[in-house]
Design a protein around this ligand. Structure first.
Ligand SMILES: Cc1cc2nc3c(=O)[nH]c(=O)nc-3n(C[C@H](O)[C@H](O)[C@H](O)COP(=O)(O)OP(=O)(O)OC[C@H]3O[C@@H](n4cnc5c(N)ncnc54)[C@H](O)[C@@H]3O)c2cc1C
Length: 487
């Protein structure tokens, strides 16, 4: 039986392990942490439970597929329900808008709250759908870097419709041109942050991210986001994938341009295939020191990171939803601070995620578990303890001003993650959330492929490589890797 070693048990690594096991390989996963899941982990503060990383669940059918590979019913292990309100948006001028997952309800709400003509929004959403339909088969479900992709009819269709992608305009320019109303422009600009980019730099093509949320909906995992990694880890164990925890892979061993195994604590472990779920930059810089380094890919700008305040809140707030955004008054200044100045503006956009709204056991009675996230630059040596102090106060001020409350008096537990914590826990280079940023029009083409062009039988999955960051794309990277190995 052929053997595959997976380096890392992030969601991409777990999904790759499952897919290769289903293809009949002997699969071993080496994980540096004592637990599986990477960024998809969880912790408790007193009686409060928090998901440490991702909070937004989209396209859960890619998780279901993993159970179906083994003829198991996903519903026996992983359940979720579609949210009626994807996100609730607040501005300091007291404008409040519910983003309904039902398209017509959403368009009506925009019309009612912001007085924007329904036809303008309908046309915008339709255009985003067209972009997605033209790209999904080229970008998302196969390797961009194989000749077959370039000969496909989907790509030829895409080239003929190149103007549709609006890659010569920024997302902000497209939104200004097409939507005009400032609150609505800001709302749709926000989707640039789904891959850690700036709406003032990322191309207009990125309106398609919004389409994914609108078309496929947002979901809540009934036992929290942690049940994604837990349930697929259990599935892998049930089906014979082997796991080695607290094992840091130090080197990928290459002989005659072919991978032959890995080194863990000076012990060589042989393997026919190696798949790295480690961030692509340290994979090259630490594990492949003696091999060819693809400088162009490795030097790309990294995505943004985050400061996260996990607060146990001794009160409930009826006016808040599972996902809430409190917008900054100056979005341009906010993103310039992150990507130009490497800092956080004094009026940040605040994201508040409260899983206890749906998973009641996540907080004690009459209380809520607040995951408060601020977009931040990645780690380039800033003094994070100073930044945390300032941003914490600015965040509290922002929440108090927008919601008219005194939030500090209700905080009974607190923990803080900075880009440094994210790098330490998951080996993500500079603590970036999504690998490289999409701050230029070629970025979709510049992500590292899912295979090595120089070393045979070496593959890559996860959020730092093709097709991109975020849970659904990590799951798709696993699908692409397993197809490549099958071939
Ligand atoms: C705060 C935050 C919020 C986010 N919000 C969302 C969201 O709402 N929705 C969404 O879809 N996505 C979100 N993301 C992004 C999403 O979490 C990631 O894209 C995804 O989880 C990355 O998975 P991965 O497979 O790349 O592996 P990672 O989660 O990066 O894990 C890699 C694993 O490999 C291990 N490892 C690394 N190097 C080695 C080595 N040498 N030896 C052994 N083990 C090693 C690490 O310990 C780690 O466990 C968020 C991320 C963060 C941090």
């Amino acid at each position: 039986m052929k053997k595959a070693i997976i380096i890392g048990s992030g969601v991409g690594g777990l999904a790759t392990a499952l897919r290769l096991k289903a293809q009949g390989l002997d699969v071993v996963v080496f994980e540096n942490n004592s637990y599986p899941g990477g960024k998809l982990s969880s912790f408790n503060l007193g009686q409060y439970r928090f998901d440490a990383g991702p909070s937004l669940l989209t396209m859960p059918h890619y998780i279901d597929e993993l159970f179906e590979l083994f003829n198991e019913n996903p519903k026996d292990y992983f359940n979720y329900k579609r949210k009626d309100i994807s996100c609730k948006y607040f501005w300091e001028d007291k404008t409040v808008l519910n983003a309904y997952s039902d398209k017509n309800k959403f368009i009506n709400e925009i019309n009612k709250v912001l007085k924007v003509d329904k036809n303008i929004v309908t046309k915008y959403l339709l255009k985003a759908k067209k972009k997605y339909d033209l790209t999904k088969n080229i970008f998302l479900e196969q390797s961009l870097h194989k000749i077959k992709t370039y000969l496909s009819s989907d790509l030829i269709k895409g080239i003929f419709n190149l103007y549709m992608f609006q890659i010569n305009k920024t997302l902000d320019t497209v939104n200004q041109d097409e939507l005009k109303e400032p609150h609505l422009v800001q709302l749709f600009n926000r989707f640039a942050t789904y891959n850690g980019s700036s709406p003032f730099k990322t191309p207009g093509m990125m309106t398609l991210i919004q389409h994914l949320e609108q078309e496929y909906g947002t979901f809540v995992s009934e036992k929290g986001m942690i049940n994604i990694s837990k349930s697929i880890f259990d599935l892998a164990k049930r089906n014979g994938v082997k796991f080695e925890f607290n094992k840091l892979v130090n080197e990928i061993i290459v002989k005659n341009n072919k991978v032959v195994g890995v080194k863990v604590n000076n012990t060589v472990i042989e393997s026919d295939f190696v798949v790295s779920n480690m961030d692509i930059v340290p994979t090259y810089k630490k594990l492949l020191k003696k091999s060819y380094q693809p400088k162009k890919v490795l030097n790309q700008e990294r995505s943004s990171s985050a400061l996260i305040f996990y607060w146990g809140i001794k009160k409930t707030f009826k006016n808040l939803e599972l996902h809430n955004i409190l917008f900054s008054n100056n979005y341009k200044k906010e993103f310039d601070s992150i990507f130009e100045l490497g800092t956080i503006s004094d009026d940040p956009t605040v994201y508040i995620n409260i899983t206890s709204k749906d998973v009641v056991s996540d907080a004690p009675k009459e209380s809520e578990n607040w995951f408060v996230m601020i977009n931040s630059p990645n780690d380039t040596g800033q003094d994070w303890s100073e930044i945390i102090k300032t941003v914490r106060q600015n965040t509290i001020n922002k929440i108090n001003r927008t919601l008219n409350i005194d939030i500090e008096s209700f905080i009974e537990f607190e923990k803080v993650f900075s880009p440094k914590t994210i790098e330490k826990n998951t080996q993500s280079y500079l603590g970036s959330l999504y690998g490289s940023s999409s701050n230029n029009k070629m970025s979709a083409f510049l992500r590292h492929p899912n295979f090595s062009k120089h070393i045979q039988n070496l593959y890559f999955c996860g959020g730092s490589v093709h097709p991109g960051g975020g849970i659904p794309l990590c799951l798709l990277s696993a699908k692409i890797v397993s197809e490549l190995i099958k071939k």
